[in-house]
Design a binder for this molecule. Structure first.
Ligand SMILES: [Zn+2]
Length: 271
């Protein structure tokens, strides 16, 4: 038995609507489908419980974001209209929002979480649309999953790869990632950690460096006193302007040095 822990309910498909086992194939892809209707994940599952339907999917994501399991991942759901593809895929039906093929964000975000979970457990690696993230119209003459969802494939892959901490290592420098973190691209806390995966520690260290407050400019008063005595800052207004906010203290120290008989460079000190 194998299914995602994100599943809120199991609506087992009728045994005549899928095939036991994987016919010797390995799971290599996740295939996205569209319910062509506004359904909860439970309502979709009821359809696959109908005898003689000869169709099913592994999962469904409802318009309400609910996630249900219909066919065990170890078995072959009949979803892609292509036997080889069915044997190699885990398939997901996604609910319409308003019968326009549009998928609302609640549904889309639940779909992304589910895809991320499957991709991670099945070790599918970095998801690439058209390779290991597929959709129904790749295998059959169908409008499924519709323009909206098909145009979201790269977005889905990007989000999933972020969640699983993949697709970053080779492409971006620590500096680039640190800048993106500061721009808010990876969120905070656990979100950031999981998005950056094994790059987290180095990137976070760089972020901390960038965001650290600039160290207080420590003023070397002794040096200023020496230079003042040497004449570097002139006199009167010139000296006042050159020394700015340090003028009072430097002048006080200069006076103390003279009063205490400092006679050469090496003796200049702070009092
Ligand atoms: Zn489909």
């Amino acid at each position: 038995m194998s299914k995602s822990s994100l599943v809120q309910l199991v609506v087992p498909a009728d045994e005549g609507n899928y095939t036991k086992g994987r016919s010797g194939r390995n799971i290599e892809a996740i295939t996205i489908h569209h319910m062509a209707g506004r359904l909860t994940s439970e309502q979709c599952g009821r359809i696959f419980q109908t005898k003689g339907r000869y169709g099913s999917s592994h999962y469904g994501v409802g318009y309400d974001g609910s996630i249900a399991n219909y066919v065990d991942e170890e078995d072959t759901a009949w979803t892609n209209s292509n036997w080889d593809s069915n044997c190699k895929s885990i398939t997901i039906e996604t609910s319409d929002n308003d019968n326009s093929w549009y998928i609302n964000d609640t549904t889309l975000n639940a779909l992304i979480k589910l895809v991320a979970d499957i991709a991670k457990r099945r070790e599918l690696g970095t998801l690439v649309p058209g390779k290991n993230l597929t959709w129904h119209s790749m295998f059959a003459d169908t409008t499924c999953p519709g323009d909206y969802l098909r145009n979201k494939m790269q977005y889905i892959a990007d989000e999933v790869n972020k969640i699983n901490g993949l697709g970053l290592t080779e492409e971006k420098t620590t500096e680039e990632l640190a800048r993106e973190v500061i721009e808010g691209k990876y969120g905070n806390g656990e979100d950031r950690k999981s998005a950056l995966g094994d790059r987290y520690a180095e990137v976070q260290a760089r972020v901390n460096e960038i965001l650290a407050p600039a160290p207080e400019q420590s003023v070397d008063i002794l040096d200023l006193v020496r230079k003042t005595i040497r004449g570097d800052f002139g006199n009167g207004e010139d000296r006042r302007n050159s020394l700015g906010s340090n003028y009072e203290e430097v002048q006080r120290q200069v006076n103390l040095n003279f009063q205490n008989g400092t006679i050469n460079w090496g003796n200049v000190r702070l009092y």
